[in-house]
Every structure is written in C-alpha cells, then in structure tokens.
Design a protein around this ligand. Structure first.
Ligand code: G6Q
Length: 554
C-alpha cells in the first residue's frame, strides 16, 4: 500500500518533496504506536466548531505532517483563493463564472459583488418569493385545480437539481409538515416517473421542475410526461397547470415555453453550480417540506461554516484540515478512494450527494490553464450508512489490500431515541474506528484462540486470517443533533474541503465538461434507435449494440 512518488504541482516542489520524504519516514510507524507515545493525541488532533466536533487523531499523521501540509497550503496561496471565491471573482475560468454558493446563504447580508453589482438584493428577493409560496402551500391557501390543498411534492430534476434537495429533504424528515410527502424523480427510465405518478393524486400534487438550463433531456422528458398525465386527469384545462407546476431555473424563456407562468418560476444564477445549488431555489422542496424558517436555519448553519472557513487560521480550520488530509492520502500515501460512512439513517443519501459534489468537482485531468496533471486529483468517493456497511464492505476496509481513508459521521442525539438503538449505533461507530486504527496482532489472535482450547495446528491455520493489520485511518465527525443548522454546516464543510483540495491540485473544481459530454452523446443514438435502416456510422461494438437492441426490443 505504498504510493509511487508523484510529481509536484507547479510552484509547490519544495513542500511537496518534504512531504514525500516525510511520508517515507512515517511508513514504519503504526497508529497504535502514535497513540501509545502521545496521551494527548486526541486533544492535539481534534477541533470543535459550534455543534460539530472533528476527531482527526486516527489519521496517519504527526505534528510534522500537519506543519508540512499547512506549508503546502500557504505556498499554494490557499488563503488568497478563499478570498477570491468569497469576493465573487470569476474563479470558474473555463465557464468564466463567479462561484458564489456562499452568497445564497450569506445571512449577514454584507454585499457580495459580481462585476461591481451586489447580488444580495436578488438573492433575498428569491428567498422572499420562496417564503410567500411555501407558506401558502403549507397553510393550505394555495389550492389545486379542484380546490383541494397540496399534500404531495414531486421534484423533477437530475444531478445537482436532484441529489442536494433530495438528500437534505430526507435528512430533515423529522421536520416535515405532517400530512405532506415528497417524491424525487430523476431517472429518464420511465419506471421512476411512473412509480411517482402511480402514488400521486392530480388534485393535490405539486410538481417542481428543477433544471438550471431547462434543457436537460431527462428532466424535460419526465416533466412532459408529468404534464400529460396531469392534463389527462384534470380535464385538459391548461390553466390548471398554473396550480400544479412550478419551475426552478435560470432559463426564463424555456420555462415559459413549457407553459409555466413567470409567477411560478423561481430563478437562480449562472454563478451557482448545479452541485452547489441546494441553497438556492433548487432547495424549494426542502423548504416546502420543512418550512422556510428551517430552510433559513440550514442556510445559517452553512453561513457559519463559511465564516469559519474564511476567517479561522488554517491550522484550526475544519475544511482546510479535512482537505489537506485528503491530499495527504491521495498524493503521498496512494489512496485512490475515500469512504463516507454516516451513522445516521437520515443521512443515507449523503454518500451519493458527496460523491457528485466531490467527483464532479475534482475529477479533473488538467490544470486550470489546461496542462495535463502529472499527479493524482480527486479520489473515488463512495459509502453507505452504518451499521449496514459493517455487514458488507467493511471486510475490505479492515483486511483488504486497498487503503480506504474513511469519514465516520455520527449525531450524539437521535431524533428517535427508542430503546437502546442509538447507544448501539454509537458504540458500533466508535468501535469501528478503534478497530481500524488498532487492528489485532497475530500474538493477540493466538492468545485468544488458545484461550478457547483450540489445538495448535488449528491456531496456526486460522491466525493469519484472523489477524487485522490496523493502521487504517479515519476521521470522526460528531454532531450534537441532525438539525437544519448543523446539516447546513456539515454540507458546507464538505463543499469547502473539496475547494481546498482543488487549490492544491491547481484544478478548476467548478466546471463539469465530462457531464456536458454525456448530455450531447445520446442524441444521435436516440435517433438511430428509432430508425429502421441498419446502424453503421459508429465502431462495430456501438453499431452492433444499436442493431441488436432494436432486434431484441422488436
Ligand atoms: C452539477 C452538474 C449536473 C447538473 C445536471 C442537471 O453541478 O452540472 O449534475 O446539475 O446535469 O442540470 P440542469 O439543472 O441544467 O437540468
């Protein structure tokens, strides 16, 4: 599990080389020894931010590692980059856009300018519009075409227009208005929308068509299917659409062309990236389900994390520490992946959400100015909630050959304090981090087996299988409780962590050309699948698959 040396990003040669040498020196050290030799390791390598607590002591680091990583960050101009983002500079250079999800949750309302114009009045106006709308839906003033109030929200969107609002809505389930339900449709597979519509009553369902561009094929296909379904069941009166369809988009023309009135459109701006957009009107389903006060509390938690990220010294800065640890494992210890393990059923969609946030942001192969990277950038991000994962893939984390740096996320208080459940959940979470760190030596295994009275040959046979190498790193993030505020802070923490890594790697974390490609590729094949003449214009596999699929579907 040792990394082959990677060349340094331009300008970072000296701290990079120092870190490479340091990584070699640490090779021989086991986390168990680091804990044994320093009784204060936990307090030295942990940080509290409001109701979040980060224990990063179970990482393969020493004080020297941190010192060198912080030097790397300073040399990369991290503090300057953070300021550039908050000041609205167009740091998304390939799209020539500012990156201002921080403005969407700027609860202190200090001006944030893009090209000399303060964006806060527009941000606040949309928040006001969201408040008026969500309150009228939630208090029953807003009526469907037949006069009945709305009790079901169906959000139609994909990628950034789905994962964020979906994850946060599910995470905040205890705050939902009683009697209201939310459904999220993203996949163009007709099963997704069909299942949502099968449960929906046209008289009481509100569809939110969420698409920044309002051109995304999947979303528009699902939206048109929902529209047809609705018209068929509401007597075909187009005017009724205004009571049941709203849009969230930057593209007013396309929204109007779809038949959604301007009053039912919630706008956002090109300086909000899709995967950073849950704080904008893309968060409308969250606000409808939990109410605008709770939605603003989510924003406030993120804003508090923004202020911490902007102002706290680098060595006490949670996103900075997490980002630098990411770089340490990726570039100096050879880890190709990072696991997100929430020990909270409500956070079950967090791994998928962070998978997009991280992999779409830092899955890049060239520097900001277009030179191929000679070092690794973003890792594969994956995960599942605990304790389920323990009965599945944890085997590989404990004993496999792959290094898996993992984040364990655990609320101290449960929204459902039934019986012993929460204590069992917490015990499992902490026990896993301990076992990963310590492992179990062969001598310990042998002693244990001998105590059971097993014969010597059987112990010889079993011992290697039951030995755990340990030295497997993890962070543990404790939250007092999964409130809207703490959820906001948690998500913002990860957003900024991703940015920190991108600064060290000198990549643009805010474009997504790989995703754009996917949006174009299918168009031609879609036509060919509908055609009758044999498909011949591609390579033999692609032609063959199109032709065979047509035969098989016939
Ligand atoms: C996010 C990505 C991508 C995007 C979807 C949906 O950062 O750009 O996931 O959110 O492709 O795009 P629309 O919102 O434009 O439909």
């Amino acid at each position: 599990m040792q990394a082959s040396p990677q060349p340094a990003p331009a300008g970072l040669e000296s701290p990079w080389q120092a870190l490479q040498e340091h990584a070699k020196e640490l090779e021989a050290l086991h986390l168990r020894d680091l804990f044994q030799s320093d009784p204060h390791r936990f307090s030295r390598f942990s940080l509290q931010f409001e109701e979040l607590f980060l224990d990063y002591s179970k990482n393969r680091i020493t004080g020297e590692t941190l010192r060198l990583l912080l030097e790397l960050a300073r040399q990369a101009g991290l503090e300057r980059w953070i300021e550039r983002m908050f000041r609205g500079e167009r740091i998304n250079n390939t799209e020539h856009r500012a990156v201002l999800h921080v403005a969407l949750r700027n609860r202190s309302n200090t001006p944030i300018e893009v090209d000399g114009r303060d964006v806060m009045p527009e941000v606040n106006a949309v928040l006001e519009q969201m408040r008026r709308f969500t309150e009228s839906v939630r208090n029953g003033e807003w009526r469907g075409f037949s006069g009945r109030p709305i009790d079901r929200i169906v959000n139609i969107g994909i990628g950034g227009s789905d994962l964020g609002p979906h994850m946060a809505t599910i995470a905040l389930r205890p705050y939902w208005k009683e009697g209201m339900t939310a459904h999220f449709v993203s996949n163009v597979d007709g099963t997704d929308i069909s299942e949502a519509l099968a449960q929906a009553d046209p008289e009481t369902t509100l569809f939110i068509v969420a698409s920044k561009t309002f051109t995304t094929r999947e979303t528009m296909t699902n939206a048109h299917t929902a529209r047809r379904w609705f018209l068929k069941r509401s007597g075909g009166d187009e005017a009724a659409i205004a009571r049941h369809f709203v849009a969230v988009s930057t593209n007013a023309e396309a929204v109007q062309a779809f038949g959604i009135h301007g009053d039912n459109m919630f706008r956002f701006w090109d300086w909000v990236g899709g995967r950073y957009s849950l704080w904008s009107a893309i968060g409308l389903p969250i606000a409808l389900m939990v109410g605008m006060d709770h939605f603003e509390s989510l924003l406030a938690g993120a804003h508090a994390m923004d202020n911490h990220f902007r102002r706290a010294p680098l060595e006490k800065n949670l996103p900075v520490i997490l980002g630098l640890l990411g770089v340490w494992y990726r570039n100096f210890l050879g880890a190709g992946n990072h696991a997100i393990l929430p020990y909270d059923h409500s956070l079950r969609l967090l791994p998928a959400y962070l998978q997009q946030a991280d992999m779409e942001s830092n899955g890049k192969g060239v520097t900001r100015d277009g030179r191929p990277l000679e070092y690794d950038s973003g890792p594969i991000v994956w995960g599942q909630p605990g304790t389920n994962g323990q009965h599945a893939f944890f085997q590989l984390i404990h004993q496999g050959t792959e290094l898996v740096p993992a984040d364990f996320i655990l609320p101290a208080r449960s929204h459902h304090p039934v019986g012993d459940h929460h204590r069992i959940l917490c015990a499992n979470c902490i026990a896993q981090t301990e076992a990963l760190m310590k492992g179990k030596t062969e001598a310990e295994v042998r002693r244990e087996l001998a105590d059971t009275g097993l014969p010597r040959e059987r112990i010889d046979e079993l011992a290697p299988h039951r030995t755990f190498p340990g030295n497997r790193p993890s962070n543990t993030l404790l939250l007092r409780k999964l409130t809207p505020y703490n959820l906001g802070a948690l998500i913002a923490l990860y957003e900024h962590r991703i940015f920190v890594e991108s600064v060290i790697w000198n990549i643009n974390a805010f474009d997504q050309w790989g995703v754009e490609l996917g949006k174009q590729l299918a168009t031609r094949i879609e036509e060919e699948l509908a055609g009758e003449t044999p498909c011949t214009g591609h390579d033999s596999s692609t032609n063959g698959l199109v032709n065979r699929l047509r035969e098989m579907a016939a």
